[in-house]
Design a protein around this ligand. Structure first.
Ligand SMILES: [Zn+2]
Ligand SMILES: [Zn+2]
Length: 618
C-alpha cells in the first residue's frame, strides 16, 4: 500500500490523499487549495482516468472543490459520502461554478463549469453513518460522525491485506449546540488526523455572551455588526445563537440580515437532514419550531437588496459570506462599513493565511477590496468558541480515545507550527510513530508474511500485515508457502486451491483451529516443568522443520549447555525471548517456543543437548 499526500500537508487547504493498493487506487478527498500562493489552474499529480473511486469526508470546498475538475478530466468512478454531504456538496460546487463563471468575465480561466458539477453529482454513492460500504473488491469504507458540519464524517477505510486506515477529515469540538461530539477513534493501524488548531486551545469563553456584548456595545454607538461566515456550519450556529438571544430578550430590537443565498439554502438542508444533528437540537423541530428563525430575521435574496442594506446607515446585524472575506456579499457591506469606527467586524471562524480576513484580523490598517483601497476603522473582534474544529486538547483526546493506539499517525490539515505541536504532543505522551508529511510525500507499507502451519507440510499465509520499509518502494505480495520434496514454493490462492484437496472454507477452518486464541492460551498456560521428552522432541522438530528454530540457534544453545550449564542457558533463552530475537515470529509463538526450550533444558539438560545436536546435523 502506498500513501501519497497531495494537499493540506503543512497547510490547511487542498485536502487530497492518493492511496494505491494491490487492487485499487483511490483518493481521500479532492479539495481546492485556497489563499496565498495558490495556482489559479491547479494540475493533478496523477491521471484522473486511473482513479477507481473517491472517499469524500465532507462538503467544504477545501475537501470537495476539485471533484468536478476530476470528472471533467476523465475520472469515471464512484464518489462515496454520506447523504447529507452529497446534498451540501451539490450546493457548494454549483455556487463555486457560478463564481468561476463570473470571474471568467475578467479573464480568469474557470476550473470547471456547472455542467461538470451535474456530471459529478451522478457519481455519488451515498450511505448513512456506521454502515460499511464496499467501495471496491478490497476496500470497505464506513463513515462515522465527525461533528464538524452537516454530514461531515470520519472515514474508516478497511483495506484487505493492508489493515485499517482512519481519516478524520475535519473534526468538531463537541460543544456545538447543533453538531454532535465526534465519534470515538476506532482501533486502527494508520490514522490521518487534521491539525487546524493543533497548537491552540479554544479559550473557555461563552460565544453567546461575547456576541451579545459586541452587539449591545455597537448598537449603543449606532453602528453595524458584520459577521462574515461560511455558508455551511458557522452561519447556522450564529442564527441559532441570535434566535436564543432574541427570545431571551437580551438584544435590542434591531434587524438581522442573513445575506447569503447559499447559506439560506444550506440552512434548509439542516432542516431536511435533522437526523445528522444533536438530539436536543432536533427536538425543537419535533416541537414544530424552526430553530433558525425568529422575528427580526430577514433573509436577503437579490443583490440589489443587499446593496440597499449596505448603503443604509441603520444599525443592524449582517451575516454574510464568505467567511474569510475572499468574495461574496460580505464585500458589499465591507465597502460601506470598513471606515466606520462605530461599527464592528466579528470573525467567528478560521482565517487562512493570505486572505483579507487574516490581514484584517492580524491588524492591517489598509486593505484592498475589488481594486479599491479602504482604511480599516471599524472594531475588529474574534470569537473563538464558534470554530467548527477541535482544538489541541480535542485532537489529542480523540487520538487517545481508541482502545488500542494506532501504529502510525500522519498529521495533516494544519499550518506547520500546529501540525508540529500536535505531533510532539502525541509522541511525548503516547509514544506513537507520528509524522507531518509535506506536499508530495509518499510512504510505502509492505505486507509481512505470517506463516501458519496448517498441515504437516503445508504452510499457508492467511493473515498478512503491512509493515514499513523505509523510503524504499517495495511491492507487497501474498500467497501460501507450499513445502514439497524439492523445496518451498510461493503459490497464489487460486493455485493452492487447485493443488490441495480441501476447499478454501475447509482450509480457513483448519487455520482457525490452529490459531484460535483459546488454544494458544491453553498451551501458554501449561506449566513449563511438566513437559515430557517426547513432547519436547516433537515441538522442537516442528519448529525446526518450519525453519523457525534455526540450526545456528540450536548450535548456540547446545554449546552453551555444554560449557556453561543449565541455568546459564535458561537465562540466555529468556534474554533472547525478552528481546524478541528467539526467532522472527509473533509474541505468542515466541513465548510458546521459549517455554518449550526452558522446560526441556530444565528437565533433561543432557537429552536436550542431544536433540539440539540432531537439529544441527540435519
Ligand atoms: Zn471542513
Ligand atoms: Zn478542511
Amino acid at each position: 500500500m502506498k500513501l501519497q499526500f497531495l494537499g493540506a500537508a503543512k497547510e490547511v487547504t487542498g485536502s487530497c490523499i492518493l492511496i494505491e493498493t494491490r487492487k485499487s487506487r483511490f483518493l481521500l478527498d479532492c479539495g481546492q487549495r485556497q489563499g496565498q500562493g495558490t495556482e489559479s489552474s491547479p494540475r493533478f499529480q496523477f491521471n484522473p482516468k486511473e482513479i477507481d473511486f473517491v472517499i469524500l469526508s465532507h462538503a467544504h470546498l477545501d475537501h470537495a472543490g476539485l471533484l468536478p475538475k476530476l470528472v471533467a478530466e476523465g475520472f469515471d468512478g464512484m464518489i462515496y459520502s454520506t447523504v447529507a454531504t452529497r446534498d451540501v456538496a451539490e450546493l457548494l460546487l454549483k455556487d463555486s461554478a457560478k463564481i468561476q463563471k463570473e470571474a471568467a468575465e475578467s479573464g480568469v480561466m474557470p476550473m470547471f463549469t456547472e455542467k461538470d458539477v451535474v456530471q459529478t453529482m451522478d457519481k455519488f454513492r451515498v450511505s448513512e453513518w456506521n454502515v460499511p460500504v464496499d467501495a471496491s473488491e478490497n476496500v470497505t469504507v464506513t463513515f462515522l460522525d465527525a461533528g464538524h458540519i452537516l454530514g461531515a464524517s470520519i472515514s474508516v477505510v478497511d483495506i484487505s491485506g493492508a489493515g485499517r486506515l482512519i481519516y478524520t477529515g475535519d473534526i468538531g469540538h463537541g460543544r456545538s449546540p447543533i453538531m454532535n461530539a465526534p465519534a470515538r477513534l476506532n482501533n486502527t493501524d494508520f490514522l490521518i488526523i487534521e491539525s487546524t488548531y493543533g497548537a491552540k486551545r479554544h479559550p473557555a469563553v461563552n460565544p453567546k455572551e461575547s456576541l451579545k456584548q459586541i452587539i449591545l456595545d455597537t448598537y449603543a454607538n449606532k453602528g453595524k455588526v458584520l459577521i462574515p461566515v461560511f455558508a455551511v456550519g458557522r452561519s447556522q450556529e450564529i442564527l441559532y445563537i441570535l434566535k436564543q438571544l432574541y427570545e431571551e430578550k437580551k438584544l435590542p430590537n434591531i434587524p438581522v440580515y442573513f445575506d447569503t443565498p447559499l447559506g439560506a439554502e444550506t440552512t434548509s438542508l439542516y432542516q431536511h437532514h435533522q437526523n445528522y444533528l444533536r438530539a436536543e437540537f432536533r427536538n425543537s423541530f419535533l416541537k414544530g419550531e424552526n430553530p433558525f428563525h425568529f422575528g427580526r430575521l430577514d433573509f436577503i435574496r437579490g443583490n440589489n437588496r443587499s446593496l440597499d442594506v449596505a448603503s443604509s446607515g441603520e444599525p443592524c446585524v449582517v451575516i454574510a459570506a464568505s467567511g474569510m472575506l475572499t468574495g461574496g456579499r460580505i464585500l458589499n457591506h465591507l465597502k460601506t462599513t470598513l471606515e466606520d469606527s462605530n461599527s464592528s467586524l466579528v470573525f467567528v471562524g478560521y482565517q487562512a493565511e493570505g486572505t483579507p480576513g487574516r490581514e484584517i484580523l492580524g491588524g492591517k490598517k489598509r486593505v484592498e477590496i475589488e481594486e479599491k483601497s479602504y482604511q480599516v476603522k471599524l472594531n475588529v473582534f474574534y470569537i473563538p468558541g464558534l470554530s467548527a474544529h477541535a482544538d489541541t486538547d480535542g485532537l489529542f483526546s480523540f487520538v487517545n480515545s481508541a482502545e488500542l493506539l494506532p501504529k502510525k499517525i500522519f498529521v495533516v490539515h494544519g499550518e506547520p507550527e500546529n501540525a508540529e505541536a500536535l505531533r510532539r504532543r502525541i509522541i511525548n505522551n503516547l509514544r506513537i510513530d507520528t509524522f507531518v508529511p509535506e506536499r508530495g510525500y509518499t510512504e510505502n507499507f509492505m505486507e509481512r508474511e505470517v506463516v501458519k502451519v496448517v498441515e504437516k507440510d503445508v504452510h499457508l499465509d492467511f493473515r498478512p500485515q503491512f509493515t514499513k520499509v523505509g523510503e524504499q518502494e517495495v511491492y507487497p505480495f501474498a500467497g501460501a508457502l507450499l513445502k514439497k520434496q524439492d523445496g518451498i514454493h510461493l503459490i497464489s490462492k487460486e493455485q493452492y486451491i487447485g493443488i490441495l484437496t480441501e476447499t478454501e472454507e475447509e482450509l480457513e477452518m483448519m487455520l482457525a483451529k490452529v490459531t484460535s486464541k483459546k488454544e494458544l492460551e491453553a498451551e501458554a498456560a501449561a506449566p513449563a516443568e511438566e513437559i515430557s521428552e517426547v513432547v519436547f522432541k516433537e515441538e522442537l522438530t516442528k519448529y525446526a522443520n518450519a525453519g523457525i528454530f534455526s540450526r545456528s540457534r540450536a548450535r548456540e544453545l547446545k554449546d552453551k549447555l555444554k560449557d556453561e550449564g543449565r541455568d546459564a542457558t535458561i537465562a540466555h533463552v529468556n534474554k533472547l525471548a525478552g528481546k524478541d530475537r528467539l526467532y522472527p515470529l509473533d509474541n505468542e509463538k515466541q513465548e510458546l517456543l521459549r517455554k518449550v526450550l526452558v522446560a526441556g533444558i530444565n528437565s533433561f539438560p543432557q537429552k536436550a543437548r542431544m536433540l539440539f545436536n540432531d537439529i544441527v546435523e540435519r
